[in-house]
Design a protein around this ligand. Structure first.
Ligand code: NAD
Length: 480
């Protein structure tokens, strides 16, 4: 489908944010931003180049001299100001997430509230984290690592920017942020909030541009000490490889193929609707989505009926409608990616229980896919192994509890897992044996103080709370 320009509504973004000012881009390439709900061009963004990135790094390096020596209380004050500035613009941040990204109204509001609240959660963690420890005549001081580059994806832009910025600032690092170029309108509103919080000059710099241009400069530049990255496994690996030349510290939050284990005593009335929430989270474009539903063979027929009954409560449609559960995919490319996996699932012998290929009826203008549930999926099929990043759920049966744990762990990922059961002791026992950075029992749960990150190909390091701040610190021992 070709994008259509709606000339009256086109907004132009030509600036980056360097040294606390909106400055014109040195890069000249202009990219169209397309509304995924109707394929209309809604903005043109001028992308930064390596020189823009270098200017931002230089600003962050200058600012680090003073900011790196600020006290906990000074940094706590900044985090509180950021919370206030973001809380004042919740509606604007939500609206632009719906418009540019196609996030559903309900999910967008939740994620924007989280993007504001993460500053307070991080301030709390900072207050709790001892930055100096001593024994005998030895003192260990946790020092900020230096200039940090924060590189983020398009699926929850404002939240990733806020969460990474909060941890970096709490630690005393100055930053250069490279958001996804697909999130330029959202980044603009986010920046207006950050600007309103009156951060010291050079502490937070933002350059929008392509990953292989602006991102690559951040990875290459010796003045950047740390990269905190959220995105795909392939790019995460390249950052680790290329960053080694300048010994970059890295935190990598990558993909997932999270298991959602239904134990045989699970209450299906709750567990099946919850399974949809978990799988179709953020229209399925979520790293934490529980996309493999592991079901006891003895309850398979019952589960199938419950899925068919529950699916109508998760309608796909206009993301601005508060009743919509699944919005469009972010781009035509992402739409095609999801279609190719649905096709692959059918070719490899899985059975479509609901959904399937193509666009839903009446939603032909945007990048909408049909929320799809496959049954008779084997764990070695492509749809059970690779991250699809769309609303596609694979139902896999198991025989015994041990079998369920084995299948849950038979994946190259380990970001998140979910366990459902009435016997809580048993659910905890199963949870303790799953290799994942987070395991949620009986629902989609969050705690901004709990670490988030993955085992295996899901990445390295953890974010949020004290764990997230520690990722921007370096211990220094002073011996007398
Ligand atoms: P992506 O890896 O293509 O891009 C992520 C960011 O990296 C973007 O800003 C991009 O411009 C930049 N980038 C691309 N090439 C680069 C390079 N060579 N050097 C430096 N930066 C570069 O991912 P995406 O398509 O934007 O997002 C989807 C992916 O993100 C999914 O795979 C998903 O699992 C993952 N994700 C992970 C988490 C998590 O917390 N684990 C959260 C959300 C999304």
């Amino acid at each position: 489908m070709n994008a259509v320009a709606n000339k009256d509504a086109i907004k132009k973004i030509t600036t980056h944010y360097i040294d606390a000012a909106f400055v014109e881009s040195h890069g000249r390439e202009v990219m169209n931003i397309i509304n995924p709900t109707n394929s209309e061009v809604i903005a043109g963004v001028t992308l930064g180049d390596a020189e823009d990135a270098q200017r931002a790094i230089a600003a962050a390096k200058r600012a680090f001299v003073d900011f790196g020596r600020t006290t906990k209380e000074e940094r706590a004050k900044i985090l509180r100001r950021l919370h206030e500035a973001f809380s004042a613009r919740l509606d604007d941040l939500t609206d632009v997430m719906i418009k540019e990204y196609g996030g559903t109204a309900v999910f967008s509001r939740l994620i924007i509230e989280a993007a504001a609240n993460v500053f307070l959660a991080t301030e709390k963690a900072l207050q709790e984290l001892p930055l100096t420890r001593s024994w005998g005549t030895t003192t260990v001081i946790m020092e900020p690592v230096g200039v940090a580059a924060l590189i983020t994806p398009w699926n929850a832009n404002s939240f990733f920017l806020s969460a990474k910025l909060a941890s970096a600032l709490a630690a005393g690092c100055t930053v250069v942020i490279k958001p996804s170029e697909l999130s330029s309108l959202q980044t603009q509103v986010w920046l207006e909030c950050a600007h309103a919080a009156r951060l010291p000059k050079g502490v937070c710099n933002v350059v929008t541009g392509r990953g292989d241009v602006v991102g690559a400069e951040l990875v290459r530049n010796p003045d950047v000490a740390k990269i905190s990255f959220t995105g795909s496994v392939a790019v995460g690996k390249s950052i680790m490889r290329d960053g080694a030349a300048t010994m970059k510290r890295v935190t990598l939050e990558l993909g997932g193929k999270s298991p959602n284990v239904l134990l045989d005593d699970a209450d299906l009335k709750k567990a099946i609707p919850a399974a949809f929430v978990i799988a179709f989270l953020n229209s399925g474009q979520a790293c934490a989505a529980g996309t493999r539903l592991l079901v006891p063979e003895s309850r398979f027929d019952e589960v199938k009926r419950a899925i068919v009954d529950a699916v109508s409560a998760f309608p796909v449609g206009n993301p601005a409608d508060p009743k919509t559960a699944v919005g469009p995919m972010v781009t035509q490319k992402q739409y095609e990616r999801v279609q190719s996996y649905i096709r692959k699932g059918i070719e490899e012998g899985a059975e479509v229980l609901v959904g399937g290929q193509g666009r839903p009826h009446g939603l032909e203008a945007g990048y909408f896919v049909k929320p799809t549930v496959f049954v008779n999926v084997k764990n070695d099929m492509t749809i059970a192994r690779e991250e699809i990043f769309g609303p596609v759920l694979s139902v896999i049966t198991y025989k015994t509890e041990e079998d369920a744990i084995r299948i849950a762990n038979d994946t190259s990922f380990g970001l998140h897992a979910f366990v459902n059961g009435t016997d809580i002791k048993r659910a905890r026992r199963v949870a303790s044996q799953i290799q994942a950075g987070r395991v949620a029992i009986n629902g989609m749960l969050d705690d901004q103080q709990a670490p988030f990150g993955g085992f295996k190909n899901s990445g390295i390091g953890r974010e949020f709370g004290t764990y997230g701040i520690e990722a921007f610190l370096e211990p220094k021992a002073i011996l007398e």
